[in-house]
Design a protein around this ligand. Structure first.
Ligand code: ATP
Length: 259
């Protein structure tokens, strides 16, 4: 028995989770997803996605490994260099990092667009309001006046002046079909996913194998650091990032189990 065995699985507020708990980030993530489901912004299936992510994060030691940090820096450089960057928000992302996504959007000049696997007008509206409560200025995704080619009707819906027109898109915790369809549209994709073997990071130009609660604030920090550098320097940061090596390093870390 440790003192932590007394932490309830059902805390009312995240402040009740002790920050020095060995599985603090897991408890925090789970708590935020549960609240998201309660509020109606996260679908119940989001719990399963979270469970899968949690297992990988355990094996990564719940830390940002060096290759993920390099990916986060390259991702920040892509967003800063883009003509029309868009950050895609689903129910898990909205529950886990609403304010952090608003900050990343502000730091990079990107748009935020709500994009749901289980799409209903109510949930889209709830998520947009939730993002605005956390500092987002403009939220796209409500028009849904364009379609991603080669995807079934519901999941293909996007805003014409949002994801459809974007040159660089951040798609965290994305399902493989959509990630592949966006890739086929020729977009530069940045994917955040704790599973390096999942299809989404495998099609991404920049796969970030890290927990989204660490990845997004770190991307914002990199974006602020890179805000005043010239385009050649941003391009150098992008060119130096090796996506294959990053995927291999993450897989190796998970398989070796060296915590
Ligand atoms: P595929 O890409 O092959 O369709 P999948 O069916 O596992 O994979 P989803 O369940 O749609 O994909 O997406 C969930 C993904 O998000 C999982 O790979 C999971 O590891 C990852 N994930 C879950 N929670 C987090 C988190 N907090 N941070 C980063 N990644 C996460």
């Amino acid at each position: 028995m440790t003192e932590y065995d007394t932490v309830s699985a059902d805390v009312e507020h995240e402040d009740e989770i002790p920050e020095d708990h060995p599985r603090y980030q897991d408890l925090l993530t789970r708590h935020r997803i549960e609240k998201g489901v309660e509020k109606g912004i996260t679908h119940l299936q989001g719990m399963h996605a979270e469970g899968r992510g949690s297992a990988f994060d355990y094996l990564l030691g719940e830390e940002t490994i060096p290759s993920a940090d390099a990916a986060e820096r390259a991702a920040a450089a892509h967003l800063l260099l883009a003509d029309h960057p868009v950050l895609s928000i689903n129910g898990n992302v909205a529950a886990l990092v609403p304010g952090e996504m608003a900050e990343l959007a502000a730091a990079t000049g990107a748009d935020l667009e709500v994009n749901l696997f289980n799409r209903t007008p109510e949930r889209i509206g709830e998520i947009a309001a939730h993002l605005r409560d956390h500092g987002a200025e403009d939220v796209k995704g409500l028009e849904a006046d364009a379609r991603i080619p080669n995807l079934d009707h519901q999941r293909a819906k996007v805003d014409e002046d949002g994801i459809y027109a974007a040159d660089v898109v951040l798609v965290p915790l994305e399902d493989g079909d959509r990630a592949e369809a966006l890739d086929e549209m020729g977009k530069t994709e940045i994917v955040i996913d704790l599973n390096p073997l999942s299809r989404s990071p495998r099609v991404a130009e920049v796969p970030i194998v890290d927990n989204i609660i660490r990845a997004v604030p770190n991307m914002t920090e990199h974006a602020r650091e890179l805000a005043d550098v010239d385009e050649a320097e941003l391009q150098r940061v992008i060119d130096e990032f090796d996506r294959e090596a990053a995927l291999e390093e993450a897989e190796e870390r998970i398989r070796s189990g060296e915590l």
